[in-house]
Design a binder for this molecule. Structure first.
Ligand code: AMP
Length: 206
């Protein structure tokens, strides 16, 4: 099973990706998480990517495609995988077609007016990777595992607007790209987490 999760920043891709990957026993591949891991390691790639990410721009297609090509060779991808945050440009999607065939693309749609509030209120858990909205956490601790929540540098309001504009220009055309290939499943992301999850599983199993 090879899946892609598409949708703007703040649509809930990471949250749903973790559930889908757990249910089907497939690898959850977040290119954003991979880049943040490189930044934490202080690798050359991480150092180069940090300023791009902090401006809300996209890391170059070559770097991302190289990373993904390597990643899907890992043993945990044998049963399949789910991309979260990749591809983000038509060039990446075309390169992916040369590497492997994708079964389905799940597009999580959330009205644009809701996204700034969702992203700038997002807090991340460094221990379990979960995202929580600031209005639903008490004392800055992760409700799932107790980790000390933090805000991603690129989730600050100044960067969020640029990320959304980059999404519109560079990533949203992928909706049409996968629609034409008959792979697109559209899901309403402006609903409680379990409702969105149920719609995804329902459509995948149809
Ligand atoms: P994410 O965690 O998916 O929101 O990604 C955080 C940031 O990492 C993005 O705003 C980009 O700067 C960079 N990034 C992640 N995935 C990609 C990708 N597929 N192509 C280009 N840049 C990416």
């Amino acid at each position: 099973m090879k899946l892609i999760l598409l949708g703007p920043p703040g649509a809930g891709k990471g949250t749903q990706a973790a559930r889908i990957a757990a249910k089907y026993g497939i690898a959850h591949i977040s290119t954003g998480d991979m880049l943040r891991a490189e930044i934490r390691k202080g690798s050359e790639l991480g150092l180069k990517a940090k300023s791009t990410i902090d401006r809300g721009e996209l890391v170059s297609d070559d770097v991302i495609i190289g990373m993904v090509k390597n990643r899907i060779e890992a043993p945990d991808c044998a049963r399949g995988f789910l991309f979260d945050g990749f591809p983000r440009t038509v060039e990446q999607a075309e390169a992916l077609e040369e590497i492997t065939e994708i079964d389905r693309v799940i597009d999580i749609e959330v009205p644009f007016s809701r996204l700034v509030e969702r992203i700038s209120g997002r807090r991340m858990c460094p221990d379990c990777g979960a995202a929580h909205h600031v209005s639903r956490v008490d004392g800055g601790r992760c409700p799932d595992c107790g980790g000390a929540l933090y805000q991603r540098d690129d989730d600050r309001e100044e960067t969020v607007k640029n990320r959304l504009s980059v999404y519109e220009r560079k990533t949203a055309p992928l909706i049409e790209f996968y629609l034409q290939r008959g792979k697109l499943l559209e899901v309403n992301g402006d609903a409680p987490i379990d409702t969105v999850g149920a719609e995804i599983f329902g459509k995948l199993e149809e």
